[in-house]
Design a protein around this ligand. Structure first.
Ligand code: G6P
Length: 366
C-alpha cells in the first residue's frame, strides 16, 4: 500500500525518493497543455477577470507560495501577494473583489489557512482556489476552484513531496494565467521543457552520497545560514526550515542581498553558509555575496550547476547533475539536495526524523 515503508528506513526518505513519480503524476493530472479547466469549470472566466493574486498558507506550503509569486508576476504579469495565514486572518484586508485567493495546504485542515479563506470570502473575495493534497478535505470543500497535488499520502512531518508537487501546480497555474490573459507565446516549447522535469529530479537525487558526507560535518554545527536570490531566496527558506525541523540545528535563511543588513555580523569560521546559486541572470550578484562571506572566513557550501573560479574557493561545492535546467524549474530541482541535507543530518544526529519533537503533521488548532 501507499503507506508502507518498504525498504526505506523512514517515511521522509521514502517520500523524498518518491518525488520523480509524484511530480510526474501531478503533471499528468494537469494535462499536456496549460488548460484552465484543470483548475475547475469556472477557472477560465475567473482567471480572465482578476487583477490580483493573493496566496495564503503556512509552513512549507507558504514557502511554495513565496516561489510562485516570482512566477505569477513574471509570466502572468499579475500582482501577487503572499501571506502567512496566521497573519492574514487577523489583519484589516482591503477587499479587492477581483482577487484570486489561493490557499496552499498539504492537509487541507490547517486551522489558520481555513480561517483566512473564510475571512476572504466574508470580505466578498469569493474567487478561491485550493491547492491541496487531500481530496474531501475542509479546504477543498470550502473553495470554488481546486487542484489536487498527486503526491499520495505524506506521512513524515517534514513536508517534501507535497512541496515539490505544489510547485508543479503553481508553475502550471502561472503559465495558465499567462495564457488566458494573452501573455504566453511559447506554450509548446515550455511544455517540452517541463516534460523533462521528473528526469531532472532523478538526476538531482543522485547527489545523495556527497550530501551524506556533508551531513557528517553538520552533525556538529549549532547554526546554519541559507542564502539565495530570486526564487532561490524561498528555496533557502525551505532549506533552513527542513534543517531546523528535523535536525534541531538553528537555521536561518536570507535573501542574499540582505546579507549586509545583519547576518554578515554572524559570519566567522564556524558558520556554515549554504548558498543556492544556479548560473542565471543574478549569479554575479550572488557571487559577490559569496565573496563577502569568504572574506570573513565563513564556510560556504555552494549548491550550483557547474564548477567555476568561485566554487574553487568555497569550502564545499555540490554540483547538481541535472543538465539544461530552465531558470523557472531551478527552485524545484535545488530543493532536492536541501531535503537530503536535512534528512542525513538528522540521521547523523539520531533524531526522530518522521516525528520531530514538538511538531505535528497537521496543525488543526490555532
Ligand atoms: C505543519 C507541518 C508542515 C506544514 C505546515 C502546513 O507545520 O509540520 O510540514 O508545512 O503544517 O501544513 P499544510 O497541511 O497546511 O500544508
Amino acid at each position: 500500500a501507499a503507506t508502507e515503508l518498504g525498504h526505506y528506513r523512514h517515511y521522509m526518505q521514502k517520500e523524498i525518493f518518491e518525488q520523480p513519480k509524484a511530480v510526474a503524476d501531478t503533471m499528468q493530472h494537469l494535462g499536456n497543455s496549460f488548460d484552465p479547466a484543470a483548475f475547475g469549470a469556472e477557472a477560465e472566466n475567473i482567471f480572465r477577470s482578476i487583477n490580483k493574486v493573493q496566496i495564503i498558507a503556512c509552513g512549507t506550503s507558504f514557502n511554495a507560495g513565496s516561489i510562485a509569486k516570482y512566477w505569477i508576476e513574471e509570466f502572468a504579469n499579475l500582482e501577487c501577494a503572499v501571506d502567512i495565514a496566521s497573519e492574514y486572518r487577523y489583519r484589516k484586508i482591503p477587499a479587492n473583489k477581483d482577487t484570486l485567493v489561493i490557499s496552499i495546504s498539504q492537509s487541507g485542515e490547517t486551522a489558520d489557512t481555513m480561517a483566512s479563506i473564510k475571512y476572504a470570502i466574508e470580505l466578498g473575495m469569493v474567487n478561491t482556489l485550493a491547492i491541496c493534497n487531500v481530496p474531501e478535505s475542509s479546504l477543498i470543500r470550502l473553495s470554488k476552484l481546486k487542484v489536487l497535488t498527486q503526491a499520495g499520502p505524506e506521512i513524515g512531518v517534514a513536508s517534501t513531496k507535497a512541496f515539490t508537487t505544489q510547485l508543479v501546480v503553481l508553475l502550471y497555474l502561472a503559465f495558465t494565467l499567462a495564457k488566458v490573459r494573452g501573455e504566453l507565446a511559447n506554450e509548446a516549447e515550455l511544455i517540452e521543457q517541463i516534460r523533462r522535469l521528473p528526469h531532472m529530479v532523478v538526476e538531482a537525487l543522485s547527489v545523495e552520497d556527497e550530501i551524506k558526507q556533508i551531513a557528517k560535518e553538520f552533525e556538529y554545527k549549532h547554526n546554519a545560514l541559507f542564502l539565495g536570490r530570486h526564487t532561490m531566496a524561498p528555496v533557502a527558506m525551505e532549506g533552513a526550515l527542513k534543517l531546523k525541523e528535523i535536525s534541531y540545528i538553528h537555521a536561518e535563511s536570507y535573501a542574499a542581498g540582505e546579507l549586509k543588513h545583519g547576518p554578515l555580523a554572524l559570519i566567522d569560521k564556524d558558520m556554515p553558509v549554504i548558498v543556492a546559486m544556479p548560473h542565471n541572470l543574478l549569479a554575479d550578484k550572488v557571487k559577490s555575496n559569496v565573496q563577502e562571506v569568504l572574506a570573513r572566513q565563513g564556510q560556504v557550501y555552494l549548491f550550483t550547476d557547474k564548477e567555476d573560479e568561485l566554487s574553487k574557493q568555497c569550502y564545499r561545492t555540490i554540483v547538481i547533475q541535472a543538465k539544461g535546467i530552465p531558470p523557472y524549474l531551478a527552485p524545484i530541482i535545488y530543493t532536492i539536495p536541501m531535503q537530503l541535507l536535512a534528512y542525513h543530518t538528522a540521521i547523523a544526529k539520531g533524531t526522530d526524523v518522521d516525528k520531530p519533537r514538538n511538531l505535528a503533521k497537521s496543525v488543526t488548532v490555532e
